[in-house]
Design a binder for this molecule. Structure first.
Ligand SMILES: Nc1ncnc2c1ncn2[C@@H]1O[C@H](COP(=O)(O)OP(=O)(O)OP(=O)(O)O)[C@@H](O)[C@H]1O
Ligand SMILES: [Mg+2]
Length: 253
């Protein structure tokens, strides 16, 4: 908990965005675990409707900590119909009631799974947690759905640091251009050589905050169904994510 001064300290808040398969869940879950080990209680928000963070947190993948129906309804107001969230359904209460405690003091909340299981009322209340959870001394890490839609609609705005995770190829660079305005920093993942990072650097004016090597130990961890930080704590990839997490503790507040 470097740079903090006890319970009143503001914890780091970070959102991971980017193309499908680039490594958002792997990296966000590992950062959340590392924040936990550094002493922060952590809220891990899996905003993807194909949840992926449970695996990288080492949480049971079928636990599915989700918000229930019935916490918001459409009401008729003076200016027309609008959503109203139930009294008492404040962000901190929702986190305490519906999140799942996972290893290292990380509390996981998932938006839910498509198709069919994410009803608009759940999305409204989940967004309230994303924007409104500001408990002092807590870190917040969000793993957004792939692509541009969620960042463009403000799902990452709660975080002072919004990291685009990309692979160093043409598709990754195109995605970065499309989410450039929602991004504060770039993480180049699955790096095989310095030239990979140079390619990204020559294509963007955003700061490259981390470069994570392509690491077969992560694939092996995934095949075993284990979190990278549990199965491969000394791997080069986890080491690079460790440096990122330390930087975020100072920079993402
Ligand atoms: N540095 C790395 N080296 C090797 N494999 C990696 C690395 N980072 C991630 N992977 C692998 O890449 C795949 C995609 O990773 P991950 O699920 O984290 O991506 P994602 O961006 O969350 O994908 P989605 O958009 O589908 O949710 C996984 O099989 C993961 O193990
Ligand atoms: Mg994912």
């Amino acid at each position: 908990m470097s740079g903090s001064n006890g319970a009143a300290a503001r914890g780091p808040r970070v959102a991971f965005i980017g193309k499908g398969g680039s490594g958002k869940s792997t990296i966000s879950g590992t950062v959340a675990r590392l924040f936990g080990r550094a002493g922060w209680p952590v809220l891990a928000l899996d905003v993807d409707t194909l949840p992926g963070m449970a695996y990288s947190l080492g949480a049971p993948p079928d636990a599915a900590p989700r918000l229930p129906l019935g916490l918001a309804a459409v009401v008729q107001g003076k200016r027309g119909r609008h959503w109203k969230v139930s009294k008492g359904a404040g962000p901190a209460h929702l986190v305490d009631t519906y999140s799942l405690a996972t290893p290292d003091g990380v509390h996981l909340l998932e938006l839910g799974k498509l198709p069919g299981n994410v009803r608009p009322e759940v999305t409204i209340v989940f967004r309230r947690v994303v924007d409104g959870f500001k408990r002092p001394g807590w870190a917040v890490v969000a793993d957004l759905a792939a692509g541009t839609r969620q960042p463009v609609f403000g799902w990452s705005s709660f975080a002072p640091v919004r990291i685009a995770v990309l692979e160093p190829n043409a598709k990754g660079l195109i995605t970065l251009r499309n989410i450039r305005n929602e991004t504060t920093h770039v993480l180049v993942n699955k790096v095989r050589s310095d030239a990979d990072v140079d390619r990204v650097r020559s294509d963007t004016d955003l700061p490259i905050i981390a470069s994570v090597p392509y690491d077969l130990e992560l694939s092996a961890a995934e095949r075993q169904g284990l979190a990278p930080i549990d199965a491969a704590p000394d791997s080069a990839a986890v080491e690079a994510i460790r440096s990122l997490a330390s930087w975020l503790e100072e920079a993402a507040v």
